[in-house]
Design a protein around this ligand. Structure first.
Ligand SMILES: [Zn+2]
Length: 195
């Protein structure tokens, strides 16, 4: 039973555990978005039974959310690059895709930075091998950037059921899409939000 924690202004902050939810409820830090959800969770807590659905709660007061820098691991790189080869643009399953070092490590490239790693299909990675992209006429489709502010975006990509629940919420509860000053970060690449 994933619990999606929203800020007071209804931006996704994190996916938290059921135990954490109980703590936050006890401290009166969070509220449910509607009475139906409150009733459902109260029942489940009473019966100590895990529900299946996604629970959405929001903080009662906004907090300062620290900038989060995600690690450029394989999973996050696949999410950033949308499972798409950054050279030829072909989409693939994780098994069909590799991580390519733009400047090969053997030639002084950084082994584990956001900027020097991109998703590549096996064909392009094989063609590139130990070369710079320009040496084998390959071109990056976009500059590889670190993922910092777009945490909410990755969060929702990682938990499809949470994303569905959030999108439903946006449609049903919110009178309008989130304000432009607080984008969800659905367009990767454009730095957004405060800070
Ligand atoms: Zn490719």
């Amino acid at each position: 039973m994933p619990v999606l924690l929203l800020s007071a202004s209804l931006q996704p902050l994190n996916v938290i555990s059921r135990r954490r939810l109980v703590v936050l409820l006890t401290k009166e830090r969070v509220a449910f978005l509607d009475d139906e959800a409150r009733r459902l969770v109260a029942e489940e807590l009473e019966q100590r039974r895990l529900g299946e659905g996604v629970i959405v709660v929001r903080l009662l007061r906004n907090i300062v959310v620290p900038r989060r820098m995600l690690r450029p691991n394989r999973r996050n790189l696949l999410l950033r690059d949308d499972h798409t080869c950054q050279y030829c643009g072909v989409r693939g399953t994780p098994a069909e895709l590799t991580i390519d070092h733009v400047v090969p490590v053997s030639r002084g490239g950084a082994p584990s930075t956001w900027e020097n790693q991109v998703v590549a299909c096996k064909r392009c990675n094989g063609r590139k091998a130990n070369h710079l992209p320009s040496e084998v006429s390959l071109k990056l489709r976009r500059a590889p950037r670190p993922v910092v502010q777009e945490y909410a975006h990755l969060l929702l990509l990682r938990y499809p059921e949470v994303r569905r629940a959030y999108e439903e919420l946006v449609r049903s509860v919110l009178p309008a899409p989130p304000a432009a000053s607080e984008p969800l970060g659905l367009a990767l690449g454009a730095p957004s939000g405060p800070g």
